[in-house]
Unconditional design. Sequence first.
Length: 649
Amino acid sequence: MSDEALSNLLREDRRFPPPAELAAHANVTTATYEQADADFEGFWAAQAERISWGKAPTQVLDWSNAPFAKWYADGTLNAAYNCLDRHVENGLGDKVAYHFEGEPGDTRSITYAELTAEVCQAANALTELGVKAGDRVAIYMPMIPEAIMAMLACARIGAPHVVVFGGFSAEALATRIQDCGVEIVVTTDGGFRRGSPSPLKPAVDEALLECPTVRNVLVVQRTKQDTPMTEGRDLWWHEFVGKQSTQHAYENFPAEHPLYVMYTSGSTGKPKGILHTTGGYLVGTSYTQWATFDLKPDTDIFWTAADIGWVTGHSYLVYGPLANGSTSLMYEGTPDTPHRGRWWELIEKYKVSILYCAPTAIRTFMKWGAEHPEKFDLSSLRVLGSVGEPINPEAYVWYRHFIGGDRTPVVDTWWQTETGMHMISPMPGVTEGKPGAAMRAIPGVVVDVVNDEGVPVADGEGGYLVVRKPWPAMLRTLWGDDKRYAETYWSRFPGAYFAGDGAKKDSDGDIWLLGRVDDVMNVSGHRLSTTEIESALVSHPKVAEAAVVGATDETTGQAIVAFVILRGDAGDGGPDVVTELRNHVSKEIGPIAKPRQIMVVEELPKTRSGKIMRRLLRDIAENRELGDVTTLTDSSVMHLIKENLSSSS
Ligand code: ATP
Ligand code: MG
């Protein structure tokens, strides 16, 4: 992908050095990078000391059967013990693990001792239902504490959990249950969403018509709405779990014992069942939460505003934070209920010091306007994180300015369901931040950008992102499909992990993510990145969000088609808005990047984790039948866009 068009892009020259105070006490320093570079295995052996092992590992990495890795293979541990009991044993029983805030305003602060007791009860309940180590349990719940308790109860007895996002349809739930051979489902009567209770249990009933492997359903009472229960199969959590002992003797499992299966978000096609195992995953998530966010477990209030149905929820709402004994906020609902300042109100109320969310949320807040955060005291914040998509430079600067008060570093963390942990990110006490760049591999991770032949590109050039060495929280395989695992990730460039994302090294060698390889466009022989054109559009004051796709074009090979959402204060943008935006892109990037068509839309199709689904927009731009829409947040969006197009053309 080395092409002059790429090097014209991203002429971003704003720089944000680490705050002096933060740098002076930073967890990660330049010495951390040096240690990791000098002795890879020694570095990861040292990180393993964050964990309490039953039997301490004597091995670090076993790569003899590549690409099937083993980390800390002869060690044993219990993930739930590491997240719970050991903190209680260390005198932190009264420390809050979660401040929970329900959407209707109900609250609950749960200490480590309380969480331990309730997880023990749930573990005993699962055991009474016949769940043994290795059996799969599906969790299909809204963002309430019992969802985390169910995950930890599974981990405690060695039963891999399969969390399915609570907003998914019965069909999406059924396919995941079938793919994994799930035996027990944990769910709720419903959850609160945009101010009203919405039922969940009926979707489970519908899914189970096609899932004969499921024996029992445990139902948490959340909304108290009328809920049909199937005699002999369905049990109320408060009755069945509530009656169990709060003591549970845990067992240590081998480090490579499966911890969970999580399906990818489906941005590019059918979701893949990613398998994570126990020891390496806990080491990787606890280390990265500590490093990337400069976590001080004694004082920070940490908020990962992501659903547990997504890997970010697993790694940075549950396992990393609990393994580190930190205090987190968990919020059930949407950011605009009952008002558009809800998040900022929560940050003020709980004195949140680290916020971690997705660019899609940030762009939504930009669209709503700065008057909402400005009403609240956000001075407790000291580090801001971003994940899920490339963050547009304008969104980064807005986030840092309006949310971070120009004090806070912004860490743009690149990683995947597959990687389990952060891989590329600024370190808040070391890195001089560049808006829009994920910068460098974190200490202990080795990445590169290579060309079609697998040769590293020079600074200033673009190519494919690869990971050169295994890392502890890496996926071990795709559930039930070793062959697809090896083919998908390890065959494109022998010896390296192929991430599927395009990236560019700038003249300093820092890394910018350019979007998925499948999304890179070829216009008149020039390779252009969707991300960069989107960022150019978002840098225009009238634009809140943009999605760009390449549509087949007889003359140019592919032509650029852009979909934009205007900012709240831009009205309908005026009659010439499309011309204005086309010229703006041309000025920012070059005439080659000028979109053939720009469509002003109200919404964009997104996955449940908030990523734009460009493949569906491509279907529209090329007048095709729509592909798989089961992981869309709102499938009506696609109809709206289609109607909008037919009326405007
Ligand atoms: P599927 O693999 O099913 O298509 P998905 O890739 O969206 O779904 P995830 O594992 O949730 O599923 O997302 C990982 C992807 O998200 C990365 O490969 C990358 O494309 C994108 N991504 C995540 N964080 C960043 C980031 N900080 N900058 C740029 N891209 C990011
Ligand atoms: Mg992916």
